[in-house]
Ligand binder design. Structure first.
Ligand SMILES: *[C@@H]1O[C@H](CO)[C@@H](O)[C@H](O)[C@H]1NC(C)=O
Ligand SMILES: *[C@@H]1O[C@H](CO)[C@@H](O)[C@H](O)[C@H]1NC(C)=O
Ligand SMILES: *[C@@H]1O[C@H](CO)[C@@H](O)[C@H](O)[C@H]1NC(C)=O
Ligand SMILES: *[C@@H]1O[C@H](CO)[C@@H](O)[C@H](O)[C@H]1NC(C)=O
Ligand SMILES: *[C@@H]1O[C@H](CO)[C@@H](O)[C@H](O)[C@H]1NC(C)=O
Ligand SMILES: *[C@@H]1O[C@H](CO)[C@@H](O)[C@H](O)[C@H]1NC(C)=O
Ligand SMILES: *[C@@H]1O[C@H](CO)[C@@H](O)[C@H](O)[C@H]1NC(C)=O
Ligand SMILES: *[C@@H]1O[C@H](CO)[C@@H](O)[C@H](O)[C@H]1NC(C)=O
Ligand SMILES: *[C@@H]1O[C@H](CO)[C@@H](O)[C@H](O)[C@H]1NC(C)=O
Length: 825
């Protein structure tokens, strides 16, 4: 008989019973778990049974989310010792009271809870509602004998512990899976630093690449994770316990219906993932380290990690991945290997060097003090066959005798040049341009007649291209133009002048043959999103939306997997550069700021109320407000949420919202309405007034939140001009500033029904509608506390913050890859 079917009847808790249930010696089918049998927690959220990852034939005892698509795994018993046949494997309670996994192949258990105790009472195994598997005495359900929460795999669940016990010396460490299909012990882990009150991430248990910073008791955060304070108000309570018996961190969600988990990912990053029921997706809420390439040796040997390109890992020139299959499973640890052996290994001279610019130099260099020139440095390397690379700069000559490890290309790196030793044949291939060589070869081979033909062909292509181009440009006057990828490539000089980057893709400046200046947005991650037909349908919908305060779509390109949108070019860039950057930008006067607030509101009101289908922007922030030559604001990026798929846009918005434009309903998982835009707009109003970011991390790693401070000042009756951007030197209409602050407060009410519509916002700004000071929202009050002496205007902090935001964006990119893959398992 099937365990699954009879047990709910037998036990009130869902458990599978051990000998004690039916008599110690009886060996019946219902005393163990085998094959397809599973046990399910009482609320039905979690399930335990045999789990087979993707495309493998390995089985593991695991706990996963039963109700959630993708069945994400939260715990694995035998991660390094899979069994190959689940029908001859049994999970049972042995006579000594341990929970064991046995097969008919081996006498000793594959896996065991390894408790050393004399069982006097009957025991039972129960899968609790929080996902904890406990082994406990049946009679007294006080403290479990063993529980899976004390032996986590790669996931820390709410109410689980991460740390160590000073009494038993047992530790809880999260260790990544090897790759997306192998839950075996991977290279990355997070653990409590045994020497200090902080948590650290290690590569291969040796190299530390991240630290939480020390615990700051009076603020209840770790010093290098100041955003914890924000996460705590939004998502969960978090505590660090350090007493005579134990030292650990734990967290619990405010709202028990929120499903969340903290995972040490195969990417080497710690990720807080939250399930959004409305979009049926795991959303990345937070991750550390922020940049993928900060993970030690993420790409393995002879590979470089490039933070600004996907995929992040690239083999050096002259090298190929050791295992293409592992690379495809996001396991880059195998690194790369030479295409051709070094010539010196055959005892000959003749190896050459390839130049690899702007790298963070690899680990473990040797300093060669005697070399004074590049030439000497090179020959110092050539002399020894085990030398793999050299670098020469003002600091002298460095050589490497080992496999090159941990080479990184971070966004803010200054250039270093590394010379990598290669077999001469590999150097030749990559230093001269293959195409040119080929053309020469062909022409010489086939004679001059062909040359004429080629020239003719080139001319025809050129002429056609030009004609098509002019035609496209002409069409732009009336409707959407369709561009060829090549044309946009040449208009943007091969996408060389980047205007900005957003979640949906990077924007490049371009000039069409008729001298029209354009901004071309290269959409990322469209490959899986939708087909050509659907894309064109959506694009033409967006193209029809025209308003003086909305950026006009001029055309598009859809070729193969490439998707581009072509917009009118906005000479004054985006609002954030004028508000937050101190250099080379004109200070926006109060009058202009008021115009920008009003124009933006009109654009949004049009999107929400005047279009045929209400369009929710989903991502209102200063980066998406562009300014034309007269500083007239135009909202950008509307309608894209639909283009890239609602789920992906929700992921992006949630992450970017961490910076403070995010309405509470994005996190609670409630339906998103146009009022989510109103909230973000309200947050942006504060920034327009203050000229600084709302969220600000001080030099003491303290998180300041401007709206809380500003609203407190106002309610205390202080002069409203004291919260104004100091660069305006008080040059503003006091009443207008007050009105905008009140309006902002109205827009950011916790309850969406309490917020005004965008139409009402326009009326307020036009002076047609009056209202009383709204109550300060509760979620804003929670930021109170340390905001008395704000250091709002420190340049250092704002740059520090800027790096932080880019890392949120990049973290998003790579989660999406991982998340898709995980849900395939
Ligand atoms: C699945 O496994 C088979 C053999 O085990 C292999 O040939 C195939 O390429 C794998 N497919 C994927 C998508 O990994
Ligand atoms: C284990 O059981 C399977 C199925 O009953 C059987 O085919 C196999 O031979 C057994 N193996 C051993 C070592 O007994
Ligand atoms: C269990 O009982 C046996 C015999 O009574 C004793 O030798 C052994 O030390 C006990 N083990 C533990 C862990 O208490
Ligand atoms: C735990 O480790 C400490 C130091 O390594 C040692 O002194 C202590 O005896 C250990 N305790 C147990 C219960 O193993
Ligand atoms: C703790 O400190 C000792 C001595 O200072 C050092 O040898 C050890 O590596 C440190 N352990 C960790 C985990 O940092
Ligand atoms: C990790 O360290 C072990 C020794 O501690 C070593 O044998 C192994 O090669 C290392 N793994 C990698 C990927 O370097
Ligand atoms: C530590 O453990 C002892 C023995 O179990 C207990 O009496 C004490 O209260 C514990 N201390 C704390 C702070 O929990
Ligand atoms: C990193 O990627 C970016 C974007 O693809 C590219 O422009 C840059 O040249 C790459 N850097 C290196 C060193 O490969
Ligand atoms: C090459 O360098 C390695 C590491 O420094 C050294 O052990 C070896 O003896 C050197 N070989 C020669 C031929 O100098």
């Amino acid at each position: 008989m099937n365990v699954k079917n009879i047990l709910p009847v037998l036990c009130s808790v869902l458990c599978f019973q051990i000998p004690s249930c039916f008599g110690a010696d009886s060996v019946a089918a219902n005393e163990y778990l085998t094959g397809d049998q599973t046990i399910v927690s009482a609320t039905g959220l979690f399930e335990l049974g045999f789990y087979k990852p993707g495309n493998t034939s390995n089985y593991y005892i695991a706990i996963w989310y039963k109700k959630i698509p993708g069945n994400a795994v939260i715990w694995i018993a035998n991660r390094d010792k899979p069994v190959s046949d689940k029908y001859v494997s049994k999970l049972r309670i042995s006579s000594d009271g341990n929970l064991v996994l046995v097969t008919n192949v081996s006498k000793t258990p594959i896996w065991s809870t390894n408790l050393n105790y004399n069982r006097s009472e009957p025991v039972e195994v129960v899968l609790l509602n929080d996902g904890n598997l406990v082994l406990r005495e049946k009679s007294s359900s006080s403290s479990p004998l063993w529980q899976s929460f004390e032996h986590p795999t790669d996931t820390l669940m709410p109410d689980g512990k991460l740390g160590f016990s000073k009494v038993t010396n047992s530790t809880q460490i999260l260790t990544s899976w090897k790759n997306l299909q192998d839950p075996g012990t991977g290279l990355f882990n997070i653990e409590r630093d045994l020497n200090a009150s902080q948590f650290i991430m290690l590569w291969n248990k040796t190299e530390q690449y991240w630290s939480s910073g020390l615990w700051v008791p009076d603020q209840q955060i770790f010093s290098l994770i100041p955003e914890l304070r924000f996460l705590k108000t939004q998502l969960y309570s978090f505590s660090y316990v350090d007493n005579e018996n134990e030292s650990y961190i734990t967290y619990s969600v405010h709202n028990p219906s929120i499903v969340t988990r903290l995972v040490m990912d195969v990417s080497g990053q710690l990720k807080q993932l939250t399930w959004l029921e409305s979009s049926k997706q795991w959303v990345l809420f937070w991750s550390q380290p922020g940049q993928q390439c900060e993970v030690y040796s993420y790409c393995g040997t002879f590979a470089t990690c490039n933070q600004s390109s996907l995929p992040y890992c690239h083999c050096l020139q002259g090298f190929v991945p050791n295992s293409v299959m592992e690379w495809n499973l996001n396991d880059y640890s195998g690194g790369c290997t030479r295409k051709n052996k070094l010539i010196c290994e055959g005892g000959k001279n003749g190896d050459k060097f390839s130049v690899s610019p702007s790298k963070v130099l690899p680990e473990h260099p040797h300093f060669v003090s005697t070399s004074t020139t590049v030439g000497e440095c090179e020959s110092a390397c050539l002399r020894n066959c085990s030398c793999t690379a050299y670098a020469f700069d003002d600091n002298g000559c460095f050589v490497w005798f080992v496999d090159l490890l941990n080479m990184r290309q971070l966004a803010d790196d200054s250039g270093k040049t590394l010379h990598i030793r290669l077999a001469a044949s590999d150097v030749d291939v990559q230093t001269s341009s293959g195409n040119v060589k080929l053309v020469i070869g062909v022409t010489v081979g086939l004679g001059m007649g062909l040359v004429v033909a080629v020239f003719g062909l080139v001319f025809v292509i050129y002429y056609r291209q030009k004609r098509r181009f002019l035609k496209a440009a002409k069409n732009m006057q009336h409707s959407l133009a369709r561009f060829a990828y090549r044309d946009l490539q040449s208009a943007t000089k091969n996408f060389s002048q980047k205007l900005g980057g957003g979640g949906f893709g990077s924007v490049f400046k371009g000039i069409l043959p008729d001298s029209t200046v354009i901004a071309a947005k290269k959409l990322e991650r469209m490959k899986h999103a939708q087909g050509e037909k659907q894309f064109r349908a959506e694009v033409s919908t967006i193209g029809m939306i025209q308003h003086v305060n909305l950026v006009r779509l001029r055309g598009f390109c859809s070729e193969g997997s490439e998707r581009l949108l072509v917009y009118e070019y906005m000479p004054n860039g985006s609002l954030n550069t004028h508000l937050f950057k101190r250099e080379n930008t004109q200070i926006l006067s109060w009058i202009v700021r008021h115009q920008i607030a009003t124009g933006t509101a009109r654009g949004l009101a049009y999107l929400h109320e005047k279009c045929r289908d209400c369009i929710i922007h989903c991502d209102i922030k200063p980066e998406n407000i562009l300014l034309d030559a007269e500083f007239c604001p135009k909202v950008a990026d509307f309608g894209l949420a639909k283009l890239v798929g609602r789920e992906f846009s929700r992921v992006l918005t949630t992450i970017r919202g961490t910076r403070g434009y995010l309405a509470p309903e994005w996190i609670s998982g409630d339906a998103i309405t146009a009022k989510a835009d109103v909230y973000s707009y309200g947050m942006m109003l504060f920034e327009i007034v203050s000229g600084r970011r709302n969220i600000h991390i001080t030099n003491e790693a303290r998180l300041d939140f401007f709206p809380t401070w500003a609203l407190t000042k106002i309610t205390e009756g202080e002069d409203v001009l004291s919260i104004l951007d100091p660069r305006l030197e008080g040059e503003a209409e006091k009443e207008e500033v007050m009105r905008i602050c009140k309006l902002a407060c109205w827009c950011i009410q916790d309850e969406e029904s309490q917020r005004p519509s965008m139409g009402q916002v326009v009326q307020v700004l036009e002076g047609l509608l009056d209202f009383d000071m709204p109550t300060i929202p509760r979620s804003i009050q929670m930021f109170g506390g340390n905001t008395d002496s704000p250091m709002f205007f420190s340049e250092f902090s704002s740059t520090q913050y800027a790096t932080q935001t880019t890392s949120y964006a990049s973290a998003t990119q790579n989660t999406t890859t991982n998340m898709n893959a995980i849900s395939q398992l």
